[in-house]
Design a protein around this ligand. Structure first.
Ligand code: B12
Length: 156
């Protein structure tokens, strides 16, 4: 699958980052996870995709066992604005994971373009980046690519 504008990592430019990719326990959609995995891999990074309805306990276990450079939460069933709190609260409660970058994106409310932007609330809960698709998934994906490129630059 090709994503317009996806940057290919230049060999030797920076080390590949590792991502844990998950969704929320209530969300059974999986093609969003496949698409996000491909997008991140096309940028030259490594993804551990935890699959649909990712249990919070599994996310914690994966992050403890082998801390990634970033956790990406992808959710599209519209309940993300509600269900996202439990995951970030659990991650931030672990002292060794308190500084782990965690971002969330996708369809975060049930009213589409009419949804209030949940970014401030989710950031207050502890997410480092929020990428609601709102009216345009492409805009969210462009912002996300820039976020990933900036993280890769930091670990160079
Ligand atoms: C297939 C599908 C299903 C399948 C899922 C099968 C599977 N195993 O994946 C089934 C039938 C199980 C299903 C169930 C439900 N679904 Co459904 N489903 C869809 C459908 C038709 C396609 C989703 C899809 O695969 N898209 C393809 C992927 C590649 O695109 P994507 O998901 O949009 O992801 C992109 C962006 O969102 C964005 N993105 C996603 N995550 C992230 C993360 C970051 C960081 C960034 C930057 C971007 C990003 O980038 C992705 C790639 O472009 C959509 C409608 C639609 N046309 O989108 C509804 C839809 C997602 N479903 C919806 C709903 C409501 C449900 C149900 C609640 C229905 C019900 N009443 O039971 C249940 C929920 C089940 C649950 N517990 O989660 C709604 C969600 C409403 C909302 N968000 O406001 C939608 C939008 C349909 C609609 N118009 O109402 N669904």
């Amino acid at each position: 699958m090709e994503f317009a504008g996806a940057a290919q990592a230049e060999p030797g430019a920076s080390r590949p980052l590792t991502f844990v990719l998950c969704t929320l326990p209530s969300d059974s959609h999986m093609w969003n996870l496949v698409a996000m995995q491909l997008l991140i891999e096309e940028m030259g990074h490594t993804v551990r995709n935890l699959g649909a309805c990712s249990p919070v306990a599994l996310v914690l276990q994966e992050c403890r066992a082998e801390p990634p450079d970033c956790v990406v939460v992808s959710t599209v069933n519209g309940l993300g604005g509600i269900d996202a709190a439990r995951l970030i609260t659990a991650l931030r409660a672990e002292p060794e994971l308190a500084g782990l970058p965690v971002v969330i994106g996708g369809s975060l409310g049930v009213h589409g373009e009419a949804d209030a932007d949940p970014s401030a609330e989710l950031r207050d809960l502890g997410y480092d980046g929020v990428f609601p698709v709102g009216a345009s998934a492409e805009r969210a994906l462009t912002r996300f690519r820039a976020f990933v490129a900036a993280r890769a630059e930091r670990v160079r």
